[in-house]
Write a protein that binds this ligand. Sequence first.
Ligand SMILES: Cc1cc2nc3c(=O)[nH]c(=O)nc-3n(C[C@H](O)[C@H](O)[C@H](O)COP(=O)(O)OP(=O)(O)OC[C@H]3O[C@@H](n4cnc5c(N)ncnc54)[C@H](O)[C@@H]3O)c2cc1C
Ligand SMILES: [Zn+2]
Ligand SMILES: [Zn+2]
Length: 482
Amino acid sequence: MALWFWLAFAPLLTGAFVGMLVAFSFQREDPVAFFGLLGGALLALLLRCRLTSAGARARILAGHSPFGCFSAPTTPEALTAKLCTVWDDTGKRPSVVGSGWGWFIGRKNAPRAVYMHRLKGRFDASMNTFLAGTELRDAERMLRKTYGRTFWSTPTMQRISIGSWLARSCHGNSGAAGKPSSYAASRVYVIDIDSRASTAKGPHWAEYKEAKHLFDEDPERYVVAAVEFDIQRMAENKWMQKRKVEVRVHDHVPHVDLLEWLAPDAVLRVLFFGSARKIALGVTYVEHRKDDPITLHRECLGCGSMVPHVDPHDCSAACMSMQLDTCSLVCGLYERNFKKWRGVIRLSDANAFSPDPSWLGFPIIALLSGTVNFELIFILENKTDNVFMRVQTLCNTLIKLYQRVWGRSELRMGDLNRGLVFVDCIARERDAWTVVEAIRPHIFNRTVALHDSKFQGRSVTNAIADLGLVKETPRVVFGTHY
Ligand SMILES: Cc1cc2nc3c(=O)[nH]c(=O)nc-3n(C[C@H](O)[C@H](O)[C@H](O)COP(=O)(O)OP(=O)(O)OC[C@H]3O[C@@H](n4cnc5c(N)ncnc54)[C@H](O)[C@@H]3O)c2cc1C
Ligand SMILES: [Zn+2]
Ligand SMILES: [Zn+2]
């Protein structure tokens, strides 16, 4: 409710500004109305601009008022002090808000919120350590500038905070030849906020590979104040060759495009299903080596001369993500010409797959659509020996599922033989049961996890339980093997 209320301010203020500006431009006679409208328009503009700041956006997305004066910590010491103050004032455990997107997708208001958006930038003199409120894109850019390296993969949304990214089960599009998004995280500076006393001890350094298990077991208990990255575990920002795949329902043998999608040399890959299409549409990215040919295309939206096809260009990043993702749900449109999808792209650009949603149109549309976004994480059932058919039958199910319910899914998979898949779903809450029921036969050992920074409401957890599945934490699933 609070979320709706505060989000509505964005279009209302824009509307008020435009309305008053138009009325003002027609106002000639009455000086009171003239200055009243001018003042009103300026005030509306000022308030609307306020909503574009990181802090106001995080507050709205976490269900709180974006207006007024707030203090947000800028150092780990100030963060500790702020967390202690919340304990003292309320007697209860605080919660932390990074960029607010996880709170929004989870449809939860952050209780006793402490904001991380000003705890950003490099930490101390270290070039590879960042405060946890730093946005992923900023940390990546700074590391790339200093070391010429980038992350093997990242969550596709670049405006999230690095603290939330690594404290939660976030992941990117990594394929068999890639690495998980958290691969380069070496140490985290964490505060245990279990009690007032543990909070007061302040942050301590922990190895990420150990801390991540603690975060997984009890996500609300730890606050990441800073993250250190291991440059040796980052990738060279190499050129990738992009390729479109169109996977169709196939009952006995895997579809040829699915084989392409599952290529062992795919560094990144992602596949979309949705109500507006009877196929799955996706992309793979394999390393583009020096002597490999480069496709040519016309520059300037197809009007200019022939040049090597290098992505991103014009609005290609947003257009591709729109076609793959949004259009799977809405209109089914996509560029059929294979060549148009044949650009080469730097790994860092390929990781930044999602367009920037920070103008707040995206959450408003998401709310209006009545859908929720949850993600099932599981190991693929291994009843058939043909590993490709395990994925093909899941694809068949998802393609058919979205002919019955309105929604879309995004499939991500690393190593084929390991069988770990991430099935991100956007659907209406009342269809959650149907979605989980359809996917159930593909789940190994009846064990499934939900992404812990997306929607985890009753509609989904009840469906999981009622359908006889066992909900575990993401890392229990990550640790499961055939
Ligand atoms: C357009 C879009 C695309 C997305 N794509 C992907 C994707 O490809 N892969 C993926 O995995 N996710 C994806 N997500 C989900 C998103 O990455 C997660 O929800 C992420 O956790 C949000 O980060 P945030 O900084 O906005 O977190 P917030 O909403 O501020 O917080 C989310 C949770 O993290 C906790 N948290 C925040 N900061 C810290 C901290 N410093 N220490 C400990 N806990 C903390 C909060 O308490 C909260 O529980 C996408 C979201 C959007 C909107
Ligand atoms: Zn292109
Ligand atoms: Zn469309």
